[in-house]
Design a protein around this ligand. Sequence first.
Ligand code: PAF
Length: 298
Amino acid sequence: MFLLIRAQELVETFTQASTLRRHLGELTRQGKRVALVPTMGNLHEGHLSLVDLANSHSDVVVATIFVNPLQFGPAEDLDAYPRTLERDLELLDGRGCHCVFTPAVDEIYGESLEEQTLVKVPGVSEGYCGSSRPGHFEGVATVVTKLLNIVQPDVAVFGLKDYQQFLVIRKLVRDLQIPVEILGGEIVRESNGLALSSRNGYLDSQQREQASAIYRSLQSVAAELRKGSQAIRELESKGREIIEQAGLRPDYYAVCNAETLKPAQTHDENLVILAAAFLGSTRLIDNQRLTRNTHSTA
Ligand code: PAF
């Protein structure tokens, strides 16, 4: 009885795209502004802050929970990826999310994952996570395009922790002329600086301390860049060293132009430092954006 009452209180969930479309169509006809927050579930405060941002830009927030097989490589953690639906629904409900789309894989991909039309975004999807995880951004771009087509939101919100993903999505929306505003939600961190991630759940408390070295390295390199250092390659090595000294294995560490993700040039003002590293078999990513004054004589 208790369970039944709780279930009735929870946010409305949909598993069929057609039913969700009908529901949202009615709200749109009433003039409501719809926001989409795509997730793979196992929600934490980072996701919930995206729901807050979505709520401040819309009347109706739709979150999606879908562990997208197309964005996982054959040796990656698709099967182990934590699925915590009941808890996720409670968290979304508590944060004022209006409805949740939780499709099965065949609702999104039909009979065959292999014979899918894929969305490939050139340029910003190349290098970094694009090199380390071949096919990953095609998987992300394809599922996000599908979710945008199903929900047809006015605005969609993505976390800036996955900064390269954010640029990929912004470009795909522009290139395919999808009428949606894309917003980025700031990174939420633990008190030691570690960026919140569903994959932090694979780490014990000592490893979380070790992993905070990624944030420390980003702060240290960003401080030098803000002071005007042009020694980009040396700074990248220094950042990598801080991570290695904490017992992590860097995957990439790069200071880039924040719009193109090309290696930073002396005249670039808007920069992003992108970092990825392994702790055991857990792969963590983080970044730090910064603006520097290239006219200073420092
Ligand atoms: O960032 C994520 O959680 C996923 O890549 C996304 C955007 C939900 C697509 O599956």
